[in-house]
Write a protein that binds this ligand. Structure first.
Ligand SMILES: Cc1cc2nc3c(=O)[nH]c(=O)nc-3n(C[C@H](O)[C@H](O)[C@H](O)COP(=O)(O)OP(=O)(O)OC[C@H]3O[C@@H](n4cnc5c(N)ncnc54)[C@H](O)[C@@H]3O)c2cc1C
Length: 400
């Protein structure tokens, strides 16, 4: 592979930064990634890969390994916390639209670790851990970043910069780009346990969205654990939410049993619905959580971020290789910012609203609608195209 003179700096070695790095580096582009943390993040975050994301990652030989390390979920369920299954959707209805007609339940760190090992073998890629980007300024044909290496400020210049440095993006803040939207008052608690809920709760699938007027929850299986996500009580401190007795109380409320649960992780998240006012500022781009954040109900954050990376890096490669004019880069913002607002934030906000609805008449209507949708293959297919983000990608392609 011949390498280009073009140098791309990527801030953040999360899924979006690393996918971007792999796409560019696979075509010989020189890439430097700066990551603030000493190690890749292994928190309990994304665990769902949607079909089109698996199709995209397959082009880079990543999907096969994720499938080996994950759990194929053919069915997803909408449940009522008290009454059980409302509607079950069979992802195989998407056969013909995707090479992967299922959701893959697999921790996001399995993707980032896999990409890191691929990048480590590429001489034109530099990955600097423990290197936070502090600030950024434009140059006539690129940008100059100040990063901290061993606590000392150092300057890195690049032809293009991708800010994939997460929700608190230093790239976004340096360029004074507003992050418009709101933050939910409640925090979300994620607890993992090896208790086999599937042997005790009738008809459970690997992906379960459980609505309830008092406290909705999400039950997601990854290969060795169940992950339970619940909203927290506003009066409790972070420490109280994260305590072992509180985790035990939440799990006993989900399924009472005589012996205590064993928990493996307990994580607490503030949850926001926000979209950056711009995704492009000259030769600097925002992607993933740096550009848009949303609640995790529907599993669209990381997936949407990977879709950003694919879209942006495809266009960047076309410009770098002289196949397109720089103006094509504005289309990245038009396409992906529209999808972040109209689709990702709108769907996830709606999912939360439906799951927490208190009005019995509205709940009944929603449940009736879900049942009718699941029972009609054409409607179920249309529903799955939306929830698996196939529709969003088709819509993005239609934006000039
Ligand atoms: C509980 C929970 C469940 C979720 N479930 C799903 C799901 O099932 N499916 C889904 O699609 N999404 C899900 N998400 C969302 C998903 O985790 C995020 O959207 C995803 O991690 C975004 O990836 P990213 O690479 O943009 O940002 P991040 O993963 O946040 O990575 C950003 C990286 O940048 C680094 N960084 C930060 N500041 C700097 C700096 N100044 N300089 C250098 N590096 C910096 C950080 O250390 C980090 O490594 C979930 C999130 C939560 C909290």
């Amino acid at each position: 592979m011949s390498t280009t003179n073009t140098h791309v700096l990527i801030a953040g070695a999360g899924p979006v930064g690393l996918v971007s790095a792999l796409i560019l580096a696979s075509e010989g582009v020189r890439v430097t990634i700066v990551e603030a943390a000493a190690d890749l993040n292994h928190d309990l975050r994304a665990s769902t890969f949607h079909p089109p994301t698996l199709d995209m990652l397959a082009r880079y030989g990543l999907t096969e390994h994720l499938i080996e390390q994950g759990l194929v979920a053919r069915f997803t369920q909408q449940r009522d916390r008290a009454d059980g299954v409302i509607a079950e959707f069979d992802m195989e209805l998407l056969t013909g639209e995707t090479q992967h007609p299922f959701r893959l339940q697999c921790e996001q760190w399995k993707l980032t670790e896999q990409i890191k090992s691929r990048l480590d073998a590429m001489p034109h890629v530099t990955l600097l851990m423990s290197t936070p980007l502090q600030s950024l300024e434009h140059l006539p044909a690129g940008a100059r970043a100040t990063v901290l290496i061993g606590g000392e400020p150092q300057v890195i210049e690049a032809d293009y910069v991708i800010g994939a440095d997460g929700a608190r993006s230093a790239v976004r803040k340096s360029l004074h780009i507003a992050f418009e939207g709101y933050t939910y008052p409640e925090r979300f608690l994620v607890i993992s346990t090896d208790f086999p809920f599937e042997q005790h709760m009738p008809q459970l699938s690997w992906v379960n969205y459980c609505s309830d007027p008092e406290q909705w929850c999400v039950m997601l299986k990854v290969p060795s654990l169940w992950r339970i996500l619940v909203p927290t009580n506003l009066e409790m401190t972070d420490e109280e939410c994260l305590s072992e007795p509180n985790a035990e109380k939440e799990l006993q409320h989900l399924l009472p049993k005589d012996t205590p649960y064993t928990t493996f992780h307990r994580s607490l998240y503030k949850v926001h619905q926000r979209v950056a006012a711009k995704f492009r500022d000259r030769r600097v781009f925002l992607a993933g959580d740096a550009a848009h954040i949303n609640n995790p109900l529907g599993g669209m954050g990381m997936n949407g971020g990977v879709h950003d990376a694919m879209n942006l890096c495809g266009k960047l490669l076309a410009v770098i290789e002289g196949r397109a004019d720089e103006s094509v880069l504005d289309r990245y913002e038009r396409q992906r910012r529209s999808i972040a607002i109209e689709y990702i934030n709108a769907s996830t906000a709606r999912n939360k609203k439906e799951m927490e609805e208190r009005d019995p008449a509205v709940r009944q209507r929603t449940q009736d609608e879900l049942r009718a949708t699941a029972n009609d293959p054409a409607r179920a297919r249309a529903y799955l195209r939306k929830t698996s983000m196939l529709d969003a990608l088709e819509r993005a392609e239609a934006i000039a």
